[in-house]
Design a protein around this ligand. Structure first.
Ligand SMILES: [Zn+2]
Length: 141
């Protein structure tokens, strides 16, 4: 059974849906309770929204990370977009965590500010992912 961690880029194994849904990112791993017959679940953030999926429904979207600029597999633009996407994911995950911890602790007006920041981070995350998806599908790298 494949194991994914937070930040892993993933595709759906369902090929009919894969192309339309694009690459998602694992936002949260929900560990199995007790024995291993009950596999972990993954909250995966797709452009179309959040989905809760089993590992069997997911496949790692393998980015071939080649740092050798002379390799034909190396695409500097993809690397740049991927880094931007991972940074955006980091900001978003931090924001969501902060928001979860702030519920009922800080003033309502302050919470609204935190929530607005998270919304902006979410939008930025979607933009960076969209650019990465588009580049990979058009450039074929
Ligand atoms: Zn490329």
């Amino acid at each position: 059974m494949p194991v994914f961690k937070v930040g892993s880029p993933v595709f759906l194994t369902n090929t009919a849906l894969r192309k339309s849904v694009g690459i998602g990112t694992v936002l949260r791993v929900i560990p199995s309770e007790g024995d291993s017959s009950d596999p972990a679940l993954y909250d995966v953030d797709f452009a179309s929204g959040l989905r809760r999926l089993h590992a069997s429904e997911l496949r790692a979207a393998l980015f071939i990370v080649k740092t050798d600029p002379f390799s034909i597999l190396y695409c500097g633009e993809k690397e740049r977009l991927r880094t931007a996407h991972l940074n955006a994911l980091d900001i978003y995950v931090t924001g969501v965590t902060t928001m979860a911890e702030a519920v009922g602790v800080i003033a309502h007006s302050e919470f609204d500010l935190v929530k607005r920041n998270v919304d902006v981070a979410k939008q930025y995350l979607e933009e960076t992912r969209e650019r990465l998806n588009t580049h990979i599908f058009t450039h074929g790298c």
